[in-house]
Each structure stands twice: as structure tokens, then as C-alpha cells.
Design a protein around this ligand. Sequence first.
Ligand code: NAD
Length: 349
Amino acid sequence: MRTLLTGGAGFIGSALVRELLARGGEVLVIDKLTYAGVEASLDEVAAHPGFRFLKADICDAPAMAAAFRDFRPDRVAHLAAETHVDRSIDGPAVFIQTNVVGTQVLLDQALAYWRGLESRARAAFRFLHVSTDEVFGSLGAEGRFDETTPYDPRSPYSASKAASDHLVRAWGQTFGLPVVISNCSNNYGPRQFPEKLIPTLILRALSGQSLPIYGDGLQVRDWLFVEDHARALALMLEAAEPGRTYCVGGDAERTNLQVAGMVCGALDDLRPRDDGAPHRSAIRLVEDRPGHDRRYAVDSAAIRRDLGWRPHVSVESGVARTVAWYLQNEGWWSPVVADSLERRGLIKA
Ligand code: NAD
């Protein structure tokens, strides 16, 4: 199986590349290598005979057309996106360009290519769009998102992802392209760009800085280990019916403060502070993110039932593995850490 995979130099994309190659597939990664694209995330697979890489922008229609023509994929996994909510507050335009326009360009090129396939290949083709649970908005204390939850995005990032989901469904309904959408919860694990919560905490702790937590720290997220997510995506590519949406969650609701506590606990075990104080003593509550969603939780019953998926990694062991990975892989993060630990996304009066 040949997968054209966008955003493969990113956090989840690179995990999916490893998963698909391990399953015996071939992969063409298309990635623009924005600030968030880290080529070193693909070092492990660079020499694999089934792996290819194309540096290109998904908004570049001729480049996408050539990629489809040359690689002749059996399916598409679309992960390329601008992904950091705080950056979407500082500058929404690039989120609309990549997440909305880029998705439309890719859909158009996939459709043109798909129409030229013979009937068996057309039936087997899938366009898997990787989206987020953030399109559903914010939950109260009760309930979980599932495939029937109405859309209610509240940040420029989630609004751009919601728009892209609507485009993907429209290309499925109107043109018959066999699309599948995944709405997943907060991923964490090795190779996540340092600006996201868990790597920010680890890397700031290592350099003796305070550990900032937004607002009261009681925002709840459903934490999904990235390798569990990659396995879910591989299963969707293999077995999801056209037109299906699956919600994917780790069944691990934790507040941001609880996650910070887990990170600090793992650091206390693996890299205690020189002064003997527990790492959690550096936690500081800071001004909240504007429009910060309070709680996300995902009901994954459908993908469990239809595709036999379930998460294998508990959040406790996953966070410990993640902390250990960052401690052992300074060569991965030191070239990209630069200003990514600084605060973004505050609206100035
Ligand atoms: P990431 O920011 O780590 O990686 C994004 C990748 O896309 C980078 O390699 C970047 O260079 C590439 N890219 C950006 N713009 C591009 C363009 N115009 N053309 C080609 N490549 C481009 O993101 P991630 O965390 O791995 O997320 C992957 C996907 O999963 C995204 O679509 C995101 O919305 C979705 N998602 C992420 C999470 C999460 O917790 N990380 C949760 C739910 C959904």
C-alpha cells in the first residue's frame, strides 16, 4: 500500500510514517518544513526502501498534481496543518491558508487523480483527514464528544480545522471521493514540538525556568499517546468505510495541573533538581489563554467497536516515557527549541 502523507515531518505525521512502514507499506511524505517540521523526526526511517520525502507546500497545486502523478498512491493521509492555538491567536491568516486553502487544493488534486484510477483502485482509495476534537468546542463537567456532536469551534485554529472537515465531507458527498475523518484528542509523546504543554514543561524544567500553567490549571484534556493514535489512523486507512468519521481518545481525562504533576514526578525520578526541591515547586499559574476551552473528552466507542482499536499506553507510563525520551534526545530538540518556550497568544489591550 502506497500512502501519500502530508505533514510527515511533524509530531503525529512522523509517528504515522513509522507505523505504516512497519506494516509493510510505502510512504511519500510531503512537508513544507515550516518552523514545526523537524526533518530529524524522520531520521529513523530515512534509509528505509519504502520511504520518500518531498519538500513542498500543500497549497501548491502543480506540485501536488505532480506528486500524485509520480507516486501513484493507493491512499492519502492528510496531517499537514498549522497546529498551535496560541499562534492562531497571534496570526490567524496562515491557519486559514494551510488548513483551509491547503486542504481544498489537496482535495482537488486527490479527486482528479482518483477519477483516473481503474474501478478496483477507486473503490479501495481513501482520503484520511486528520482533525481534532477541538472542532466540537468546550464541554461542561459531564458528557463526551462523539461522532454526532455538533461543531462549535472557538479558536482560530479550531475554526480552521472545522472548515477543513466541512470541505472534506463536501468532497465526499458531492464528488464521491472516499473520505474518512478522524477527530482525536490531545496527543503527547516523543518528538512533539517544544511549544506544546508537555515538552514546554520538560524543557523549561531542564533549564531551571518556572513551569507556567494557564489560568487555574483545571482545564481537562483527554490524553492520547501518539503511537496509539498512529495505530488508530493506520486502521482507518485500512478498514474505514468511505464517509466515516471516528472520534479517537485516550480515555485519560486529566487536568493540565495533573499532567504537570506527572511530568514533575518523572523528572524528580530521572533528573532531580540540584537544590533537592521537587520540580513541582516551579509551577506557576499564569494569565489564561483567551477563549480557553474548559474540558474536552472523547467517546471512542465507535472505533473500538468497528475497527477493534483501543489505547495501549496509560497516561502515567506514556508521560514517563515522554520525559525519558526528551532527556535522552537533546540532539533532536536543541536545534529547534529557540524561542518556542516563550508565551504567545495573549491579546494586548
Ligand atoms: P505539527 O505542528 O507537529 O506538524 C505539522 C506538520 O505540517 C509540520 O511538519 C509542518 O512542516 C507541516 N506543514 C505545515 N504547513 C504545511 C504546508 N502548507 N504544506 C506542507 N506541510 C506543512 O502537528 P501535529 O501535532 O503532528 O498534528 C498533525 C495533525 O493532527 C494536524 O492536522 C492537527 O490539526 C491534528 N491534530 C493534532 C493533535 C495534537 O494533539 N497534536 C490533536 C488532534 C489533531
